[in-house]
Write a protein that binds this ligand. Structure first.
Ligand code: PMP
Length: 298
């Protein structure tokens, strides 16, 4: 079955303060955000009608925009309310929510001080980011050719659209070769992250994860560190070199879309889908589904 293109779906999109019919949420070809990547976005997930860590996402959208030298014309509280409106207007309880802010078409050229800042929020049903069967067995990752840039080269703490250019190239390269995703190293050659998710490793009951000094310190990453510590696990944030991967027994990636997903293979390195990844997948599912966790406990 051919999926319905995203611009031809039904429902409502929150567009600069009002809900508009899905197919009317259009913009002009002379949009600064399209030509010069002056756009920042978020990826949120709702479970049982609640958007997980919503305010953290709205705050990150503000921060991402500031790093690109523009300001979102809605407060964090207004963005929170708007994400909830987009979810409700589409009668969704379990969904992915995509806020995006971009510079409009009032000015063309690199300078863009006169452009209006636009914001839309869309919500749609988006199941597992990776093939559910592959999630059980662990994902197979290849090692990317492009590297996460030096923070002196790009605003790496921003969830800016332009930073995803190399991610799309690498995701395509990986899928063409039969892999689910690619592990990206950073500009120094250290392990960084996957194309849309952070990475963790386990060894002797201890978790190791790269220091997020040139890529997103994911909201899921921070949540999983908290869950691991609640379980009494030690979490070490440190520089990890590719050859260090020979020592690790388990590996998993984390992200709002990816949630907690085990990895079985990265280039020449192999990992088991083990107890730590399974436990954290379960703990994360219980945390994001409070209603189901309470029902199961009761
Ligand atoms: N890194 C990249 C490149 C991402 O796109 C994402 C997803 N937003 C993450 C990490 C994980 O971030 P989060 O857990 O906040 O979704």
């Amino acid at each position: 079955m051919v999926p319905v293109p995203y611009d031809q779906r039904d429902g409502f999109i929150w567009f600069n303060g009002t809900l508009v019919p899905w197919q009317d949420a259009k913009l002009h070809v002379l949009t600064h955000g399209l030509h010069y990547a002056s756009a920042v976005f978020e990826g949120e997930r709702a479970y049982d009608g609640e958007i997980f860590k919503l305010t953290e996402h709205s705050q990150r959208l503000h921060k991402s925009a500031q790093l690109l030298d523009f300001e979102i014309p809605y407060s964090v509280a207004e963005l929170d309310k708007a994400s909830r409106e987009a979810l409700r207007a589409n009668n969704l309880t379990d969904a992915y929510i995509r806020p995006i802010a971009w510079r409009g078409s009032e000015q063309m050229g690199v300078a863009a001080q006169m452009t209006k800042i636009n914001v839309t929020i869309c919500a749609w049903d988006w199941g597992s980011y990776f093939d559910p069967a592959a999630r059980e067995k662990g994902l197979r990752l290849t090692i990317a050719q492009y590297r996460r840039p030096d923070p002196r080269t790009a605003p790496t703490e921003s969830k800016a659209t332009g930073l995803y250019m190399i991610c799309t190239i690498e995701k395509h390269r990986a899928e063409r070769a039969g892999y689910a995703d690619a592990l990206m190293l950073d500009w120094r050659g250290q392990v960084a992250e996957a194309t849309g998710a952070n990475i963790f490793f386990a060894k002797d009951g201890v978790l190791h994860t790269p220091l997020p000094d040139c890529f997103l310190d994911g909201i899921t990453r921070r949540t999983v560190i908290g869950l691991a510590k609640q379980r009494g696990l030690t979490v070490i944030e440190r520089a990890i070199l590719p050859e260090d991967m020979t020592e690790f027994s388990e590996c998993f990636i984390t992200g709002t879309a990816a949630e907690v997903t085990p990895v079985s293979e990265i280039g020449p390195y192999r990992f088991a889908v083990g107890d730590i990844a399974r436990m954290l997948m379960k703990d994360y599912a219980a945390l994001v589904h409070p209603a189901k966790a309470i029902a199961a406990a009761g």
